[in-house]
Design a protein. Sequence first.
Length: 344
Amino acid sequence: MGSQDQLNVCLIGSGGVGTIAAVVLEKAGTKVTAVLRSKYAVVSEKGWDIESIDHGNVKGWKPTRVVSTVTDAATEDGKPIKYDFVVVSMKQLPDLYSIVEIIRPVITPSHTAIVLIQNGIDIELPIIEAFPTNPLMSSVSIIGSKTVGDNSIVQIGTDNSTIGPHFHECGGRSREEQLATTKEFIRLYNLGMKDAPKKPVCTLTEDMPVARWHKVLWNGTFNTICAINRMDVGQVCRSDGRDRLLIPMMKEIWNTARAAGVDLPESAIQSQAFRVSDDSTFRPSMLIDVDYGRPMELEVILGSVLKRAEQTSTPAPITKTIYELLKMRKWEMEQAALVEKGNL
């Protein structure tokens, strides 16, 4: 990798989560190139107006460089850029696009470390297949951050995350070398957050599958059931949905994880089921997607769980039903979008 004070980072997916990551990494002294698509024009002109519990209020913030495409990010002044880290924080929507093909132009074989700040199960598999000589890590992030309007970011929850390597052959790199690359990214991330008042922390795990399945206990249940019923998490709990539907569904997901060889403790069910209070008004990301007619991360959250359930002959009838109901909701949203565009 490059010298410590000149690390090059490419951020793909500069929404609420990604933009805060860019702020953190710039504070750590790296040079961040952010790829923005729909918001490129406004952000390149005005920057981001950020209200952050961790970083305060900042007007017109920009990373070192803002570009509109990944192809543009691959070069500067006609010369190719050798990125040390490529951070991917865009949605995982494999039915619409391939993350592998999107990031390919900015990956230097045997050099660039890939960081996935994304939801889902088994999201690492296509990356390892496509880039077998590159270090790979992923993050399970808990952060209340979203885009508002044209160029505003509002972060109301501290940026706590768990990051771990996805060990693979990695061009002959040892397990220790892959772990060291992950530790370097975590060091940078914590350096960029050191002045945050509530002391958020980025922690290391050497068992990323456990961390990802632990999060899917939440995302696969609260996120999906809230989206189907158009209810916030408190409403789902107060309606007895937690006991009648959420916890039984969590048990199916837990059984699937165990059958797939992931040592997820049974206590994770209770910790995730009762993570929020009955009076919470929190609206999970998938519910917000339904509100605005945006694509949902259905396949990587529930589709991948069901594939593992099928591979391991693990019964998951509730999970399957919720998945099929959301596919119907997805179809309805797609039809509404076609009508709005005059194509139906």
